[in-house]
Ligand binder design. Structure first.
Ligand code: XMP
Length: 335
């Protein structure tokens, strides 16, 4: 997608403290008010760090003139959509439209096993669901986006002809009848700065320090053709992993950690009977730029606890594996 590729001025100070963040927020509040006047702004609020910080900033600047749309594609992690509704709909009293599009997505994905086709379906459907909601709104003039500076750098790189390994998606590419002027208040910031700004805006720590989560969500972690029962098992197993990482102080030491469930079954035994189930694969990696990644050493005690809990609590999982492959050669996601 084409961003406005404004370059960050060389002398722009890095936002590292609350005081600097407060100043940035004040400047952006004024800039956004000047840009949008009394018009309405639409935002796809995924619950990720960038769109959440943009939402909080715009709520501060223009209150109910901001219309947030949260599309639950049914591929969110456990409790994620509920948290978006609680924080933005209730605590920040935002103008929030919540769309549960689970059936739309899962019906389209039924039987589709190719990862890039899955990504394309999810990306395209996401835009369609969002566009449907946008068309129901009247007088929207602007589209806010959580574009950050690495996105701009990436788009410059792509313009220079470097090849992307996987197709990532966001809400770019809206249909012709929905062309809005963009509002991108954090587009010159790096991720660490966005987080400082998010905390200064009063967003919950867990939301601001949330690990990266791909646009296609659990869709690229429920390997092959997605089924509802395996997706459910994946979501529950992933929630257990996250819970144990939180409890054991690993959440902020490991950049990205998650569970993958492939479409294979192995034989196990439970209650003295044959028990066929899927394996849950744990991935926990550190990286600075996601181009390469190293595997974290997780204490065996934590791994054993995760294995015990997943196999006891999650219906359909009978083994747990730990992926020790760095990137390269394995990408971070399995698909
Ligand atoms: P890979 O798997 O390419 O992942 O090593 C690098 C980083 O990108 C994330 N990722 C995605 N993010 N849409 C996204 O928004 C996608 O389709 C997608 N695929 C991978 C991945 O989670 C990791 O942080």
């Amino acid at each position: 997608m084409a961003y406005d590729v404004t370059r960050r001025p060389d002398d722009m100070a890095r936002i590292t403290t609350k005081a600097l963040a407060d100043r940035f927020i004040e400047e952006q509040v004024q800039a956004v008010r000047a840009q949008v006047g009394d018009k309405k702004v639409l935002l796809a609020l995924s619950g990720g760090v960038d769109s959440s910080v943009v939402a909080a900033l715009l709520i501060k600047a223009i209150g109910k003139q901001l219309v947030c749309v949260h599309v639950n594609h049914g591929l969110m992690r456990k409790d994620e959509s509920e948290n978006v509704v609680r924080v933005f709909g209730e605590e920040l009293d935002a103008n929030l439209i919540y769309v549960d599009a689970t059936d739309r997505f899962l019906d389209l994905l039924a039987g589709v096993s190719d990862p890039e086709r899955k990504r394309k379906i999810i990306g395209k459907e996401f835009i369609e669901v969002f566009a449907d909601e946008a068309r129901k709104q009247e007088d929207i003039s602007f589209l806010a986006q959580g574009t950050i500076y690495p996105d701009i750098l990436e788009s410059i790189k792509q313009a220079e002809g470097k090849k992307a390994i996987k197709s990532h998606h966001n809400v770019g590419g809206l249909p012709e009848d929905l062309q809005f002027e963009l509002v991108e208040p954090v587009k010159l910031l790096f991720k660490d700065e966005v987080r400082v700004v998010g905390e200064a805006l009063g967003l919950p720590h867990a939301m601001v320090y949330r690990q990266p989560f791909p646009g296609p969500g659990l869709g690229v972690r429920c390997l092959g053709a997605i089924t509802r029962d395996r997706l459910h098992a994946l979501r529950e197993a992933d929630a257990i992993l996250r819970d144990e990482f939180d409890k054991n102080g690993l959440a902020e030491k490991v950049w990205q950690y998650f569970v993958v469930v492939p479409d294979i079954k192995s034989v196990g035994v439970k209650d003295e009977s044959r028990y066929e189930g899927w394996p849950a694969i744990i991935r926990a990696v550190n990286t600075t730029d996601a181009m390469s990644a190293t595997v974290e050493e997780i204490p065996y005690a934590v791994l054993h606890k995760v294995v015990a809990r997943i196999t006891a609590e999650v219906e359909g999982i009978n083994r747990v594996l730990y992926d020790l492959t760095p990137k390269p050669v394995g990408t971070i996601e399995w698909e």
